[in-house]
Write a protein that binds this ligand. Structure first.
Ligand code: HEC
Length: 174
């Protein structure tokens, strides 16, 4: 027979009524944590599967160009000035960003008002660094600002890079 002292009484074993709920509490807490971690992992895996960019073959280049397209077409509206219009005044998508006569005159006569918004789609008119400088600071290769109505953009660098990536993805049409 082993001496009784080899089996010290557990603090929980004094009464079954008290010990069971504590074990149960520990069990429930760890089960809850495990469940939470598991469902997080499942949600994440599901979300990643749903992300079309992850499935595309050109995952590295695509997001920048897509964002640039969105900024050019939906936010900065470069096409309003840099794309020619048809006889109804609609933008001519077959000559998208290929340069156009400026469609507006200034409210006050201005002898320095540009008549043309040059081609920017296809090979942009300056290298990447100069294009990004224009879009982030408003300063062109001349060291000066371009004339109105060309807006003075102050994009952040990643937006400017996306715009340039998109412009370069277009085919020049002249
Ligand atoms: C409201 C009209 C307008 C909008 C919108 C506009 N531009 Fe312009 N842009 C012009 C005009 C006009 C010029 C010519 C300015 C000059 O001659 O000083 C110009 C010039 C430029 C030039 C210099 C081209 C060269 O060869 O000298 C670049 C580059 C340019 N724009 C890029 C853009 C981009 C990119 C966007 C959109 C993110 C944009 N522009 C939006 C009117 C516009």
């Amino acid at each position: 027979m082993l001496p009784k002292s080899m089996f010290p009484r557990s603090p929980f074993s004094r009464g079954h009524r008290k010990s069971w709920p504590i074990h149960l509490a520990f069990f429930s807490v760890s089960a809850a944590i495990a469940l939470a971690l598991l469902s997080n992992a499942v949600t994440l895996a599901f979300a990643q599967n749903q992300n079309p960019q992850r499935q595309s073959k050109t995952a590295s280049a695509a997001p920048n160009v897509a964002r640039g397209k969105y900024l050019v077409e939906g936010v900065a509206m470069c096409g309003q000035c840099h794309t020619p219009r048809d006889s109804h005044g609609n933008l001519d998508r077959t000559r998208w960003l290929q340069g156009a006569p400026v469609p507006w005159l200034p409210a006050k006569p201005d002898s320095d008002w540009p008549l043309n918004a040059p081609r920017i789609g296809g090979t942009p008119p300056a290298n990447d660094a100069d294009m990004i400088k224009l879009l982030t600071t408003g300063v062109w290769t001349t060291g000066d600002r371009l004339r109105l109505p060309m807006p003075q953009f102050r994009m952040d660098r990643s937006d400017a890079e996306a715009v340039v990536a998109y412009l370069k993805s277009l085919t020049p049409q002249q």
